[in-house]
Design a protein around this ligand. Structure first.
Ligand SMILES: Nc1ncnc2c1ncn2[C@@H]1O[C@H](COP(=O)(O)OP(=O)(O)OP(=O)(O)O)[C@@H](O)[C@H]1O
Ligand SMILES: Nc1ccn([C@H]2C[C@H](O)[C@@H](COP(=O)(O)O)O2)c(=O)n1
Length: 231
């Protein structure tokens, strides 16, 4: 659908969840662009708060210290799918939040209930402000952040496919080590007490292991079209 046509369609809220490397960001950004919707990468928000805590010397082995500083950083997300942005206290952190250090620490920070409450509030207000609708991707969007979303998708892929994708991105990183790191983060994200990574009962599960990115995008665009037609 052209963007002009999308503007006349009813606003739609799409939640896309799933483990790391299943294609959430790539799919969500493309679907939002194609349909004229806003786009929110919630993982970037958890990474941003983790980056702030690392930079401010917070002891990340101490959940109380994490909880005490959960409200201190000002996190701002730009929701244009053509130019998604993320800043902390006015500093563009799009690059720094992707370091190995932040990646290895984000699960510990995002497991703390006070952090989740703060970030969930931000996510809900961004979704409420999105005039034409929004695609929000993460781990708990369909189950917790936006339980009334019009469409919920849960993307999966085999650990092998996900590791191969990520190793390609990291230019020759060891596939086995990448696979272990992905599985370790998934285990931590799935086993935390507060809003763990989980498929909502009413989510559509899409296994992307043997699909091209384009096929996944087309599948989600079709599902959004069906939901809109039924509205
Ligand atoms: N269906 C697909 N086939 C092949 N490669 C894909 C597919 N989907 C995504 N990719 C590639 O896999 C990599 C990871 O995708 P993406 O960042 O969208 O995943 P993600 O689920 O958002 O991961 P994370 O949760 O870790 O941020 C990217 O390089 C992307 O281009
Ligand atoms: N809704 C969300 C989104 C992300 N997280 C946490 C768990 C992830 O390991 C981390 C980074 O996410 P990514 O950039 O890999 O998508 O953030 C979460 O707990 N809830």
């Amino acid at each position: 659908m052209e963007n002009g046509a999308a503007r006349t369609a009813p606003a739609v809220i799409v939640a896309i969840d799933g483990p790391s490397g299943t294609g959430k960001s790539s799919t969500s950004k493309a679907v939002a662009s194609q349909l004229g919707l806003s786009y929110l990468d919630t993982g970037a928000q958890y990474r941003a708060i983790t980056w702030w805590m690392v930079n401010n010397g917070i002891d990340l082995t101490d959940p109380t210290a994490i909880a005490d500083s959960a409200g201190k950083a000002e996190i701002v997300s730009g929701t244009d799918p053509a130019n998604p942005t993320i800043s902390v206290d006015g500093v563009d952190v799009a690059g720094p939040i992707r370091t190995q250090e932040v990646t290895s620490k984000v699960s510990a920070v995002s497991a703390v209930p006070e952090v989740r409450a703060r970030i969930t509030e931000l996510q809900r207000s961004l979704a409420a402000e999105a005039e034409h609708g929004i695609v929000v991707e993460g781990r708990d969007i369909g189950t917790t952040v936006l339980p009334d979303a019009d469409l919920k998708i849960f993307l999966t892929a085999s650990p092998e496919a996900r590791a191969a994708r990520r190793s390609g991105e990291l230019k020759g990183a060891d596939v086995q080590a990448t696979r272990e790191a992905l599985l370790k983060r998934d285990a931590a994200d799935s086993s935390r007490k507060t809003s763990p990574l989980a498929k909502a009962d009413d989510a559509v599960e899409v296994d992307t292991s043997d699909l091209t990115l384009q096929q996944v995008i087309e599948c989600v665009v079709t599902l959004v079209g069906e939901k809109r037609a039924a509205k």
